[in-house]
Ligand binder design. Structure first.
Ligand SMILES: C[S@@+](CC[C@H](N)C(=O)[O-])C[C@H]1O[C@@H](n2cnc3c(N)ncnc32)[C@H](O)[C@@H]1O
Length: 479
């Protein structure tokens, strides 16, 4: 029995670990990653399949394999697989150390929340599996805690662990760990720089579930790495650094002045030194690194032209222009998921963003965004991707905006609605619905009831229209 048998880890998808999205980063650096829809995907430490189950349902021609040490997590995942009748996903209770040598090659290997929290031999094995089982154009996604930011976290962890160790009961340990940080942050009357950091830490502790405190802050194994060290470990296993799953994470987005100049001097000399200094400047705590086989030739700079091959999505709305320097006639757009705002004075770009806004939650390809100066447009899209203003995908996704006569919520969302408040969307985002009555209501949207029947159950046609509009925007409406 491991800690994850005792305290369940949340069952939810990880949007950043979506192969269709992180493959774009590899394509920008010269790789030809496989289309997810027909690929083989492996997840190490997959928990109860919160990531793999939505992917498997959305990609019936692809095949998925997940392994996890926890009996309880695999049993939870298997119940869901049985309920959905998924034939293209296999979950196995297994120690990574026993991973079968004859498992074949995978186009994508995902290890999220595993590497920093397991002993050194398991870490070595994770990298060994990546090397042995990645297809030639295969990509591994490995997340891990990083220095220097984790030196700061280590201070809070030490305090929490010291204090919590006095208590036997698990829940008391979690509560007391939080209380201590709260006391340091707000109970001393101090307002120096260190106490302001404590206030940030207190806010972080308040925002994460008990399982996060238990499995992360109070975990015995918790090993951060400098990215240079991590790249060295990967290289020792015949793997090389490709980039970060979130494109902007590997770029000096929002770093200005002399630090940016210092980075520019490193850019051509050594990509890893560049990333290391970027982590210093960001005081970074966490990375989601992409690795490939070491023979692969990678570009030093992203291939801007590759932007023509991708598909784009963003949940946008028009916003007020609040940049006093914006030329007359400029328009502003806000990304509703992360509040990023872009202001443009170019009518062709504004028209493209309007089209993207209208298409959400579906993707649009490069040509459908409009015509104009294609090279300039590629550069603008690359900037938008770097700032996470929009998402780029290797493959198109067509999701409904309108419901059918018998409306249906995506079956994976409905299944989770019956089990808890964290529901997956078809973009692998999360829709949080606290109200149990609303979640029960969603269960009725199974494609068997007419709009008229559902309107009666939902308190009228207007309520139904509003539920369906929200479902479409949240990417949980089935086509
Ligand atoms: C922090 S959870 C992450 C779960 C999932 N990847 C996610 O992000 O939601 C870490 C998972 O790794 C699993 N794990 C830890 N050591 C393992 C090992 N040696 N072999 C297989 N799984 C392991 C745990 O059981 C747990 O489910």
């Amino acid at each position: 029995m491991n800690d994850y048998d005792i305290v369940e880890y949340p069952h939810r998808p990880i949007a950043h670990a979506h192969p269709d999205r992180f493959a774009v980063v590899a394509a920008l650096y010269g790789m030809q990653p496989a289309p997810l829809s027909t690929s083989r995907v492996l997840e190490l430490g997959c928990g109860s399949g919160g990531n793999l189950i939505p992917l498997a349902d959305l990609n019936p021609e692809a095949s998925f394999f997940g392994v996890d040490l926890s009996d309880a997590a695999i049993a939870q995942g298997q119940k869901r697989i049985d309920a959905l009748g998924l034939c293209n996903l296999r979950l196995a209770q297994m120690d990574v150390m026993d991973f079968p040598a004859d498992a074949g090659e995978f186009d994508y290997i995902i290890a999220h929340g595993l590497f920093s929290w397991v002993p050194q031999p398991v870490r070595e094995k994770v990298l060994d599996i990546c090397r042995r089982h990645l297809a030639p154009q295969g990509l591994a996604y490995v997340s891990y805690n990083t220095y220097p930011g984790c030196h700061l976290r280590a201070m809070w962890r030490d305090m929490m662990q010291f204090h919590a160790a006095q208590f036997d009961d698990r829940q008391t340990r979690i509560d007391q760990a939080r209380s201590l940080i709260h006391l340091v942050a707000h109970g001393t009357g101090q307002d120096d720089a260190a106490h302001r950091l404590a206030q940030e830490e207190d806010a972080r502790c308040a925002a994460i579930p008990d399982s996060g405190i238990f499995h992360d802050d109070l975990a015995e194994l918790w090993q951060p790495f400098y990215v240079r060290e991590f790249a060295g470990l990967a290289a020792a296993h015949g793997l090389q650094f490709v980039g970060e799953a979130v494109f902007g994470d590997m770029l000096p987005v929002s770093i200005d002045g002399p630090a940016r100049e210092a980075l520019a001097a490193l850019e051509q000399a050594s990509p890893i030194a560049y990333q290391q200094y970027l982590d210093f400047f960001r005081i970074r705590r966490f990375r989601r690194t992409l690795l490939c086989r070491d023979g692969q030739v990678l570009r030093r700079r992203p291939d801007v032209d590759a932007m023509r091959r991708f598909h784009y999505s963003a949940q946008l709305e028009r916003a007020a222009v609040d940049d006093p320097d914006a030329p007359p006639g400029s328009c502003a757009f806000r990304n509703r998921l992360n509040d990023m705002t872009v202001t443009t004075g170019d009518p062709a770009h504004a028209a493209a963003l309007d089209r993207l806004m209208a298409a959400w939650p579906s993707t649009l390809d490069f040509a459908a965004l409009g015509d104009g100066d294609a090279s300039r447009f590629c550069a603008v899209l690359l900037d938008c991707l770097a700032s996470s203003f929009l998402n780029a995908h290797l493959e198109a996704r067509c999701l409904p905006r309108e419901s059918r006569e018998r409306p249906e919520i995506w079956r994976v969302t409905r299944l989770e609605a019956a089990l808890g408040n964290t529901l997956p969307s078809m973009h692998l985002g999360i829709v949080q619905i606290e109200d149990e009555a609303v979640r029960r209501q969603l269960a009725r949207f199974d494609g068997s009831h007419t709009r008229a029947e559902l309107a009666r159950q939902c308190g009228g046609a207007e309520n139904l229209a509003s539920i369906l509009a929200r479902a479409a925007k949240s990417a949980i409406l089935a086509g």
